[in-house]
Design a protein around this ligand. Sequence first.
Ligand code: BGC
Length: 382
Amino acid sequence: MKRNVFIALLATASLTYACQQGANKGETGATTSDSIEQASFDAVIDGKDVKLYALQNDRLRVTLTNYGARLVSLNVKGKEGEETDVILGYDTADEFKQNASNYYGAIVGRYGNRIGNASFTLDGATYELEKNNGENSLHGGTNGVFNKVWTVEQSSDRAITLAYTSPDGEAGYPGTVTMKVTYSLTDEGGLVIDYEGSTDKETVLNLTNHAYFNLNGEGDSTILDHELQIDADAITEVDAALIPTGKSLTVAGTAFDFRKPQTIGSRIDTDNEQLKVGKGYDHNFELVKGEGFRKVATVYAPKTGIEMQILTTEPGLQFYSGNFMTDSDPKGKGGKGYPFRSAFCLETQHFPDSPNQPSFPSTVLKPGEQYTTKTEYRFFVK
Ligand code: BGC
């Protein structure tokens, strides 16, 4: 008999899900088997209902919210049926809103990552964005899509599609952009994220998910013991404000060489200019070119035996080792602390500042074109 019983409740305008534990079988309502409670999670943001949704199969149990189309929890089931929640987050939608600028679990954009000088020129026009990171724009500005209430277009216990239409000029970006993100589970332990977008005017688009992972389980421990492997021969060199200089740096012989598995902590504090500017790893890894959807990275946590593989269609992977997290960051789920380097992000995306860097793969989207990208986080317990 399954340990968790999943019940889908059809509400008038949207589908709301509640996970029940075997012990709760027969009760309706809203308790997930971790600490997040449906009823206390829900909120109204910008006049719209924000709710918690769930996906579940034998390997994974995931909760999400339509606020920022974001992952709230990602439980990996172990050999004995035990569950480890491997992403950071909060117990309530209101806390996600109050702390929106840490982007926990959210879809970021319209342009995930940085745009230098918060401006770019396209089709003869210059567009000014919000400077929310020094002189630069980060993750679409404070009015980005992570801070919007998305519409749930369809959902089941295996997949959910969220949609958002960003009006022409929103956060400074041209074109009315219609975007859709579908999260789905596979029988092989995968959480797949499919992104789609279209525009009515030439624009740039670079969406990614900004989950903060700790494969030891979200909470106090650092991620320095995790073993990481990335299929990248080079990183994108950045200046002191983490804006690309336009050059690529080969990883060979440096602390950025993850072509063979290395623990995140083994070289993070070595004397390296690029590590100094990032206060650790905060760099775009230029993925070895491959056709289409392919495996690009693997992370393994010896303590739990959880391995996560990353597959993507994207050319870049931003590896951020939680260097700007502080020991006094607001408490997360269940009151747990999220101190310095207690999580990492591996964001599949195009390179930072591509709209100002003609040699980088293009992020331009034109009317009539379809933006489609796909990323999968696939989990194994060893
Ligand atoms: C960036 C970091 C930033 C973090 C949170 C990451 O994608 O690379 O520099 O601190 O997001 O904003």
